[in-house]
Design a protein around this ligand. Structure first.
Ligand SMILES: *Cc1c(COP(=O)(O)O)cnc(C)c1O
Length: 372
């Protein structure tokens, strides 16, 4: 590779969704259950409203709002209503927004580790973007494991990793509920995070908050070394618009504001997020259905022989055939059910009832049960 390119980048492949080798036929119906978006588009009246806003209010020749003031206020209001905070108040000063939470993860890495020795700690299997973004910035990644049955973080290993790290660990990423395994942080895990040194930034990624209801926003308000990240890409049905946000102490927000690109969030995306928040109740009304579909899916998956499935607090399920992982993945794909193969199992997004029925049918086919 050319000398002007960093040699360590040669090892990485660009992010792409996984297509199994040798796939030739494309089925008539394809269910995209590999990225955990909502299966439901925005309600038509809201799309019309957005289109109208574009016509009437958005000037295409002007840069977006650079301080996101209106959106940050609206998010603060929503964050406040989503948690039990006593007399604490979430304000715009506690919020910064990004082009998806991916941008915010990158900003957090820049703010803590880039330009000096520093590492992050993650417990695998978990969201892959922490490691990928860290590596592209030349930031070291320390990994610890999880319990095979409960997927709780191996806290002894984490403790040892922090004590013995050659490069200081400056940030810990925890997803709650974790992707791909679906488990929310336990009290023991939360207490461990709360007693960490103030020199380590704790990031709790609550991308799936709306499906679970458990939040650490109160910690983000009370602790200078605690950050909550969330997104509009999942329960809010806005993945196309790439809007994520951070809730943290104003001092932390000021730093993230220094790091972000000036006009990072397009006007239309800001407008979409504002419309979504104004109509949160109607948009989030399908969350209850997704949760009951998830439980139906889990119950049916439990009945499959030679198949292991774990509980989930999110809009996806994690499961594993006892053998033939790659083959089952390929057969699912060929039937039009796209799932994510990760951590030695499948992460399957909960879709519409029809999609979930096909998931079960295709999985049974793939496991060659129907053939018998
Ligand atoms: C989907 C997801 C996100 C959202 O990322 P965006 O960039 O906001 O779309 C963040 N964290 C986790 C763990 C996710 O699964």
């Amino acid at each position: 590779m050319a000398n002007f390119i960093r040699p360590d980048l040669q090892r990485f492949a660009a992010y792409s969704s996984h297509v199994p080798m040798g796939t030739t036929s494309v089925p008539e119906i394809v269910d995209h259950l590999d990225t955990n978006e909502s299966s439901y588009d925005l309600p038509a009246p809201l799309k019309e409203k957005l289109a109208g806003d574009y016509q009437a209010h958005i000037r295409a020749n002007r840069y977006p709002s650079g301080d996101h003031h209106e959106l940050r206020n609206a998010i603060a209001h929503y964050a406040q209503s989503s948690a039990t905070l006593g007399d604490r108040t979430v304000t715009a000063k506690h919020i910064t927004v990004g082009n998806g939470s991916d941008e915010l993860i990158r900003s957090l890495l820049i703010a803590t580790c880039v330009g000096r020795p520093g590492a992050i700690l993650v417990a695998e299997p978990t969201f892959s973007m922490y490691k990928i973004l860290a590596q592209t910035l030349g930031v070291d990644v320390v990994t610890v494991g999880r319990d095979e049955e409960t997927f709780e973080v191996d806290l002894d290993a984490a403790e040892a990793a922090i004590a013995n790290a050659k490069v200081p660990i400056r940030m810990i990423f925890m997803v709650s509920p974790n992707s791909p395994t679906g488990n929310a942080l336990t009290t023991a895990e939360l207490n461990w995070l709360r007693q960490l040194s103030q020199d380590i930034l704790v990031v709790v990624d609550e991308a799936y908050f709306e499906f679970c209801g458990q939040t650490t926003v109160v910690d983000a308000l009370a602790r200078p070394n605690w950050v909550v990240t969330r997104t509009f890409s999942k329960a809010f049905r806005l993945a196309a618009h790439r809007v994520g946000y951070v809730i943290a102490a104003p001092e932390m927000i000021q730093v993230l504001e220094k790091v972000r690109l000036p006009y990072n969030l397009p006007t239309f995306s800001q407008t979409a997020a504002l419309v979504a928040l104004r109509h949160a109740q109607s948009i989030l009304s399908v969350v209850e259905e997704v949760r009951s579909e998830r439980d139906r899916l889990l119950a049916a998956l439990k009945d499959l022989p030679d198949f292991k499935v774990w509980p989930s607090a999110a809009n996806f399920v994690y499961c594993r055939p006892t053998q033939g992982l790659g083959e089952v993945f390929q057969k699912l794909y060929e039937q039009g059910t796209h799932v994510r193969q990760t951590g030695g199992g499948f992460r399957i997004t909960v879709g519409t009832p029809e999609e979930n029925n096909r998931t079960l049918e295709h999985l049974r086919n793939a496991l060659m049960l129907t053939a018998q």
